[in-house]
Ligand binder design. Structure first.
Ligand code: ADP
Ligand code: MG
Ligand code: MG
Length: 926
C-alpha cells in the first residue's frame, strides 16, 4: 500500500549525525493491541503518549498511532529548531505501520488515512498546547473521505475544520489583538449570513466546500503562504507547531504556575482519526472513573452525540451526564463501564478519560490520573484502601499535603445562607465544580481580576467560559463562575487544580462583556462588574452580595468542638489520613503558638508541643505594654527592675495557661527578641500621649526613641544582645517561665519547659544567658520545692551560630533552626525589603527556584543547617534538633528536615495537618 502513497519522498536521512544519535529511537508506535511504550515512560513519551500505549497494551480500543519522544523536543530547542537526521525515516516507518493496521494510506486519494497531531508533556497541561485534527485532507483526499463515508457534508466539514485549525496553529492566522475577531470565524459567520442560516450545522456540503476555498484564500492573503496540499508537508508543519507550542505564552505561564521545568519538553502524538461527528450514532465524551469533586464512587462524565472531541471541553454546548448514555446507547455505556473497571484496577487510581464513538464503535483517546479536589482526594484514598486497591502508604503518597488546606476551608454560614435565600438573593445555580465558599467582587475579564486582586480586593472571575489565556486571572481570583460548560470544562478542570472555589455551567447568567454586567432571570436582575457576589462551590449556588463564612467541618470538630465527629464525614476522612500519617512519620510536629488559645488549637490539630512561643506578643496584651514601656524608659537598673516586677506576674499567668493546655508536652519559649523601639510609638503625638499617661516629660520619651533608632534594626540591638546588656530582663522572663512551671506542676500537671536564647552567634553569648537562666531555674525549684526537667538551648539563626555549632552544642541542650532569620542573614536579604527584586528573581529569572522565605534554600541555608547538625551532634550526642521558621510548614522543607535528621518541625497551628502528612511522605519516599 505504501506504493500508492501520493508523494513518498525517497530522500535518505542525512549521514551527518553521530553514530549514537543514529541508533537512537525517537518514535514509539501504539495500536492494534500492542505498543512500544508503557505508562511508566512518561518522561520520554509524555503523559498522553505513555497512557495511549498502556491502554493499547491493555487491549482497549485505541486508534493506532505513534509518539515522537520528548528527546526530540530537547534536540529541537538545542539545535536551532531542527530535528535529528534519523527522525524522518522513523516517522515514515511508524506511519507505514498505522497504514497497515488500518488498511488506509496517508495521502492516498482513494482511501486516505487522516491523523490528529497532539501535544503531550510529562505533566498534563490541559488545553495549553495545540492539537490539530483531520490532518491529511486536501482537495484530492477529501474525495476519498467522501467515498469512504458516503457523507459529503461531513467530509467538507472535517476539511473546513482542518484548514481552520492548521491556519490558526501552524500558519499563525489568528486575531492579533484583544478586539480583533478570529478571521476564520468572521468568514464562517459571513457564510451563514449569506445563506440565511444561524447554525453551523445548517450549512450544506457546497457551502462548506466554498468555505474551504475561502479559508485558503484568506491564508494566502493574510499570511502570504499557500495552504500546503501535500499531507507530508502538513504533517511536519503540525509536528513543528506542537514542539513550537511548548514555548508559547500560555504554556510558559502554566509551567510557572505549576512548577513544570522548561527542560521537560513535550512529545508529539500522531494518531489515526476517529469521528464523533458522523451522525446520531456517533459522539464524544469525557469522564472520570469517580466523581472528582466529592470522590464518590460513581462513574462521572459528560458526552455529546454527533460532536467532535473539542466540543465537550470547550464548553460551547452544555453536554449531557454520562448516565444518560445508558438510555441513548446501552451497549456503549456498558462497554464504558467495563473500561472504567479495567482502568481503575490497572492504574489503581481514579482516571480521567476521553472517548469517541464512531458509528456505534467505541474508541479510547486519552486517559490520565484524574485531578481532584482535596476532599475527593481524601475520600478516594480512604475508599481505595478499604477496597484493597491500594495500601495506606500509597494512599498517603497520593494526597498533596499543601492541598489539605482545602479541607480546612471555610463554608458559608448556613443561617446567613438561608437568610440570603429568604431575601431573594439566590441568583442562580450552576454545577459545583470546586468546593469551598467564596465572596468577592465581580471581574468579567481575567486582566481585571489580576488588577483588582493586586489592589487587595477579593475577586470572583465571572465568564461565559474560561480559556487557557485566563489562567493568571483565575489564579488571582478567590472563585470562578462560568455560564457555560460542564464539570470537565476548562474552568472546572483548572479551577479544581488550583484549589479555587468554582461554579460552572450556570446557564441562567447572561453576561454582557461590552456593558460589564450580567443579567439573570431573563433580565429581571442585573449585577455589574465590581459588585459583590458569593458562590458556593459545594452546591453550585450563586448569591448577590457578600455572605459571611464559617469554619470547615474539620475546624468545627477539632477547634471549635461544635460538631460531632459522627456528623462530619469530611472530618472522619481527615482523621483517618492523619492516623496513617502518624504511623509512618519519624519527625515530631510542633506548633508555633504564643497564647493559650493558639496552643489549644495546635494540640487539637495534633501538635506534640510548642516549638516556638514568642514572648514579645505577651508584652502587647492588656495592661502589659505600659510596664514594658516603663522598663524601656527606665534610667537605672532599679527603675528597670521595678517595671519588670510588674511584668513578672502577667507573663507568669500566660505561661501557666500554656503549660496547662500542653499538659506535659514540651514548650519552647523564646526570650525577648525584637528591638526595643518596636514597643514605643515613633510619631510625636503617640509619644506625647504615652508621656502624659506615664507622667514623664515628652522629651524623655522622644530622646529614648531617638537613642534606640537603628539604621538596620534586623542586625541591631535585639535577640540575646538585649538580655546580655539588660540581664534583669532575662532573669524576669526565666522566673516567669519557671514559676509558672512550678505552679502547674503543683496542680499535678506535668510540664516540660525549654528556654530558647535567640540570635546567638558566639558561644559566650549563649553561656552568659544560659548560666543566668539555669541559676534562676535552680532558685525557683528550691524556693517552690518542686521537681521538673527543663532544657536551655538556642535558636540557630545567624551563620556564625551554625559555623561554631560545635562550641555552642557542647553547652546547649537543643538547637532550633530559626530559618526566617537564618535565610535573611545567609542570603543577605531583608525579607521586608525583598519584594522588589525577589519576585523577578524567582518568577522571571529563576535564580531561586522558589521564594527562599517560603521553601528552604536547601543548597545555601540548608548547607548551614546540615553543618550545624553534624557539628552539634558530634559535640553533644543528646542535642535535640528542630526547626521553627515558616519553613517548618512547607512540605519540601519538611522533607529536607527529615533527611537532615532533625527531631521535629514546628509550624503554625493551621499547617500542622500538612506537616504531619509531609513528614510521613518524607519517610515513605526515602
Ligand atoms: P488536550 O491535550 O488539549 O486535551 P488532545 O490532544 O487530547 O488535546 O485533543 C483535543 C481533542 O481532540 C480531544 O477532545 C481529543 O479527544 C480529540 N482528538 C484528538 N485526537 C483525536 C483522534 N485521533 N480522533 C478523534 N478525536 C481526537
Ligand atoms: Mg485531551
Ligand atoms: Mg529570629
Amino acid at each position: 500500500m505504501a506504493k500508492t502513497r501520493k508523494k513518498a519522498s525517497t530522500k535518505r536521512p542525512t549521514r551527518t549525525s553521530s553514530a549514537a544519535a543514529k541508533a537512537r529511537r525517537y518514535v514509539y508506535s501504539f495500536g492494534g493491541g500492542t505498543a512500544d511504550g508503557r505508562a511508566d515512560m512518561k518522561n520520554l513519551l509524555g503523559g498522553k503518549g505513555a497512557n495511549l500505549a498502556e491502554m493499547a497494551r491493555l487491549g482497549l480500543p485505541v486508534p493506532a498511532g505513534f509518539t515522537i519522544s520528548t528527546d526530540v523536543c530537547t534536540y529541537y530547542y538545542g539545535h536551532g529548531r531542527t530535528y535529528p537526521g534519523i527522525l524522518k525515516s522513523q516517522v515514515r516507518a511508524a506511519l507505514a505501520k498505522v497504514e497497515k493496521t488500518l488498511g488506509k494510506t496517508f495521502g492516498d486519494a482513494a482511501n486516505p488515512l487522516l491523523v490528529s497531531v497532539r501535544s503531550g508533556a510529562r505533566a498534563s497541561m490541559p488545553g495549553m498546547m495545540d492539537t490539530i485534527l483531520n490532518l491529511g485532507l486536501n482537495d484530492e483526499t477529501v474525495q476519498g473521505l467522501i467515498a469512504q463515508t458516503r457523507n459529503e457534508r461531513f467530509a467538507y466539514d472535517s476539511y473546513r475544520r482542518f484548514v481552520q485549525m492548521y491556519g490558526d496553529v501552524v500558519l499563525d492566522l489568528k486575531p492579533q489583538s484583544k478586539t480583533e475577531e478570529d478571521p476564520f470565524e468572521v468568514a464562517l459567520a459571513e457564510k451563514k449570513r449569506a445563506r440565511g442560516v444561524t447554525q453551523d450545522t445548517d450549512l450544506t456540503a457546497d457551502d462548506l466546500r466554498e468555505l474551504v476555498a475561502e479559508f485558503k484564500a484568506l491564508i494566502k492573503m493574510r499570511k502570504g503562504v499557500l495552504f500546503p496540499e501535500d499531507p507530508e508537508e502538513q504533517l511536519w508543519g503540525a509536528i513543528g507547531a506542537v514542539f513550537g507550542s511548548w514555548n508559547n505564552a500560555r504554556a510558559i505561564t502554566y509551567r510557572k504556575l505549576n512548577d513544570i521545568p522548561e527542560e521537560w519538553g513535550t512529545a508529539v502524538n500522531v494518531q489515526s482519526m476517529v469521528f464523533g461527528n458522523m451522525g446520531p450514532d456517533s459522539g464524544t465524551g469525557v469522564a472520570f472513573t469517580r466523581d472528582p469533586s466529592t470522590g464518590e464512587n460513581v462513574f462521572y462524565g459528560e458526552f455529546l452525540m454527533n460532536a467532535q472531541g473539542e466540543d465537550v471541553v470547550a464548553g460551547i454546548r452544555t453536554p449531557l451526564p454520562i448516565a444518560e448514555l445508558a438510555h441513548q446507547n446501552a451497549k456503549i455505556h456498558a462497554q464504558l463501564m467495563k473500561v472504567r473497571r479495567t482502568l481503575e484496577r490497572h492504574y489503581r487510581d481514579v482516571m480521567d478519560i476521553e472517548f469517541t464513538i464512531e458509528q456505534g464503535v467505541l474508541y479510547m483517546l486519552q486517559c490520565r490520573v484524574g485531578k481532584r479536589t482535596a476532599g475527593a482526594a481524601a475520600k478516594i484514598a480512604v475508599d481505595m484502601v478499604a477496597e484493597r486497591l491500594i495500601t495506606p502508604k500509597t494512599a498517603l503518597l497520593r494526597i498533596d499535603p499543601e492541598r489539605l488546606n482545602e479541607l480546612l476551608r471555610p463554608v458559608f454560614d448556613p443561617k446567613a445562607k438561608t437568610d440570603a435565600i429568604g431575601t431573594g438573593r439566590l441568583l442562580a445555580k450552576g454545577l459545583n465544580a470546586g468546593p469551598g465558599a467564596a465572596t468577592g467582587n465581580i471581574a468579567f475579564h481575567a486582566e481585571d481580576a489580576e488588577v483588582m486582586a493586586a489592589r487587595g480586593e477579593r475577586v470572583i472571575l465571572v465568564r461565559n467560559e474560561t480559556s487557557p489565556e485566563d489562567i493568571r486571572g483565575m489564579a488571582a481570583a478567590e472563585g470562578i463562575l462560568t455560564a457555560r460548560g460542564g464539570m470537565t470544562s476548562h474552568a472546572a478542570l483548572v479551577g479544581r487544580q488550583m484549589g479555587k472555589v468554582c461554579v460552572v455551567g450556570c446557564g441562567a447568567l447572561l453576561i454582557d462583556y461590552a456593558t460589564g454586567e450580567m443579567r439573570i432571570d431573563g433580565g429581571h436582575r442585573t449585577v455589574r462588574a465590581g459588585e459583590a457576589i458569593s458562590i458556593d462551590g459545594f452546591t453550585g449556588e450563586v448569591f448577590a452580595g457578600a455572605i459571611p463564612t464559617r469554619p470547615s467541618e474539620v475546624v468545627q470538630v477539632v477547634v471549635d468542638k461544635t460538631l460531632e465527629p459522627s456528623k462530619a464525614p469530611l472530618y472522619r476522612l481527615y482523621a483517618q489520613i492523619m492516623k496513617w500519617a502518624d504511623q509512618y512519620r519519624r519527625l515530631g510536629v510542633r506548633a508555633n503558638a504564643d497564647l493559650p488559645e493558639q496552643c489549644e488549637h495546635a494540640v487539637a490539630f495534633g501538635a506534640e508541643g510548642v516549638g516556638l512561643c514568642r514572648t514579645e506578643h505577651m508584652f502587647f496584651g492588656e495592661g502589659k505594654i505600659e510596664p514594658m514601656r516603663e522598663m524601656i524608659l527606665a534610667e537605672s537598673v532599679e527603675e528597670r527592675r521595678r517595671a519588670l516586677a510588674k511584668l513578672l506576674p502577667l507573663q507568669r499567668a500566660d505561661f501557666e495557661g500554656i503549660f496547662r493546655v500542653l499538659a506535659g508536652r514540651p514548650l519552647t519559649v523564646r526570650l525577648i527578641d525584637p528591638p526595643l523601639h518596636e514597643f514605643l510609638p515613633h510619631d510625636e503625638q503617640g509619644q506625647r500621649e504615652i508621656a502624659a499617661d506615664m507622667g514623664v516629660p515628652y522629651e524623655r520619651v522622644h530622646t529614648r526613641v531617638e537613642q534606640l533608632h537603628e539604621f538596620n534594626p534586623m542586625l541591631g540591638f535585639r535577640g540575646c544582645r538585649l538580655g546580655i546588656l539588660y540581664p534583669e530582663i532575662t532573669e524576669m522572663q526565666a522566673r516567669a517561665i519557671f514559676e509558672a512551671a512550678a505552679a502547674v506542676t503543683r496542680q499535678g500537671i506535668p510540664v516540660e519547659p525549654e528556654v530558647m536564647i535567640p540570635l546567638v552567634g558566639h558561644v559566650k553569648e549563649f553561656t552568659l544567658q544560659a548560666e543566668l537562666v539555669r541559676r534562676v531555674a535552680d532558685d525557683v525549684l528550691r524556693e517552690t520545692n518542686t521537681k521538673f526537667r527543663y532544657l536551655v538551648g538556642t535558636m540557630i539563626e545567624v551563620p556564625r551560630g551554625a559555623l561554631t555549632a560545635d562550641e555552642i552544642g557542647r553547652r546547649a541542650d537543643f538547637f532550633s533552626f530559626g530559618t526566617n532569620d537564618l535565610t535573611q542573614t545567609t542570603l543577605g536579604v531583608s525579607r521586608d525589603d525583598a519584594g522588589r527584586f525577589l519576585t523577578p528573581y524567582v518568577e522571571d529569572l529563576e535564580i531561586y527556584p522558589k521564594d527562599p522565605f517560603e521553601s528552604l534554600d536547601q543548597n545555601g541555608v540548608g548547607a548551614l543547617i546540615r553543618m550545624a547538625v553534624d557539628k552539634g551532634r558530634a559535640a553533644n550526642a543528646k542535642l535535640k534538633l528542630g526547626i521553627c521558621g515558616e519553613h517548618g510548614g512547607d512540605p519540601a522543607s519538611i522533607r529536607f528536615c527529615d533527611t537532615a535528621g532533625l527531631s521535629y518541625v514546628s509550624c503554625s497551628p493551621f499547617r500542622i495537618a500538612i506537616a504531619r502528612l509531609a513528614a510521613a511522605q518524607a519517610q515513605l519516599v526515602r
